[in-house]
Design a protein around this ligand. Structure first.
Ligand SMILES: CC(C)(COP(=O)(O)OP(=O)(O)OC[C@H]1O[C@@H](n2cnc3c(N)ncnc32)[C@H](O)[C@@H]1OP(=O)(O)O)[C@@H](O)C(=O)NCCC(=O)NCCS
Length: 284
């Protein structure tokens, strides 16, 4: 336990998931992008993203939980998430104290770096992170595509072959990606997800690529594309057109895409940008 004036910092594993969920939601009631949690979503979130509640911190004053911040821990690196302070408790140093506790915890664990993301336009959080030594690495795009049940997607003439992939195939492909994924999309995250699916396509002009995803009843999530050969825009668009032809009724969401040719392919397949995050790193 650490103390700052009348405020105490207590490790998050002293609280129930119900208490943590309530505290998180209270700190986010005025958040730029509404993302309310419930207990089962927080449990899943913590499991998939390797959140260590013993390394995460709650700021409390008596019975009131004023703020919180969680630490994901993977080999050599940590990730800060769910940071928030109650609106009426802000600008008193609590956010900074939670952040320092999280960073110190990562140092004590002998980790080399701490990552985080901040939504573009969240100036208070960005300023706090910059003051603490975090530097920007890249923009990440969160995008959606509504279902288009009535439309004829119109593809096919340029496709030579489509191969359906199972969960294990998807994990193998994901573990051999060329570019560095963000924490949410790291292979460790996908190992914690059930029932991934995938498609590998080959175009007549030699273009090849794959898409992996999780198909829920109403939503496709965790959509990842990699282009092996050919024009990245063309191959991505073809992959996504095949995917959405097979899943006409589902809404689709993809998180933390890079702003590159693959994103152009996503846009051509009907995706639009919901918001952007800025990825930041603090090398310890
Ligand atoms: C971001 C947040 C956690 C900061 O918590 P806080 O307790 O108010 O932060 P602190 O009082 O420790 O502020 C530390 C520094 O951050 C910066 N900062 C914090 N709030 C700021 C604001 N509204 N405007 C400009 N700078 C701000 C300042 O540099 C501040 O230092 P200063 O007070 O000496 O000027 C809080 O605003 C919050 O909960 N926001 C909603 C949830 C959120 O955005 N979480 C982060 C998601 S990535």
């Amino acid at each position: 336990m650490q103390s700052i004036n009348s405020m105490e910092l207590v490790s998050a594993n002293n609280f129930s998931l119900e208490q943590l969920t309530h505290a998180y939601n209270q700190t986010r009631i005025d958040y730029v992008v509404p993302m309310p949690m419930n207990v089962s979503r927080l449990r899943e979130y913590a499991r998939i993203y390797d959140i260590d509640m013993g390394c995460s911190w709650i700021a409390k004053n008596g019975d009131v939980l004023y703020g919180l911040g969680m630490l994901g821990v993977r080999p050599n690196r940590a990730w800060i998430t769910r940071l928030g302070v109650l609106p009426n408790g802000r600008r008193k140093g609590t956010g900074r104290c939670i952040m320092e506790a999280l960073i110190n915890t990562a140092v004590q664990q002998n980790l080399n770096s701490v990552w985080l993301e901040v939504i573009k336009g969240n100036a208070p959080a960005h300023k706090l992170f910059s003051k603490l030594g975090f530097v920007e690495t890249r923009d990440l795009i969160v995008a959606r595509r509504p279902p288009q049940t009535n439309s004829d997607i119109g593809f096919g003439e340029n496709i030579l072959q489509v191969t359906t992939l199972d969960h294990e195939d998807a994990l193998i492909l994901l573990s051999h990606r060329k570019s560095r994924p963000n924490w949410l999309n790291e292979t460790e995250s996908f190992h914690n997800v059930n029932n991934l699916s995938g498609l590998l396509i080959e175009l007549k002009n030699g273009g090849r690529g794959w898409v992996t995803y999780h198909a829920g009843l109403l939503q496709l999530t965790r959509i990842m594309v990699e282009v092996i050969s050919g024009d990245p825009v063309e191959v991505t668009t073809a992959l996504l057109n095949v995917l959405h032809d097979r899943h006409k009724r589902q809404d689709a969401i993809t998180e933390n895409l890079l702003d590159d040719a693959i994103w152009t392919g996503f846009q051509k397949a009907g995706y639009f940008e919901s918001f952007r995050r800025i990825e930041m790193i603090n090398e310890l």
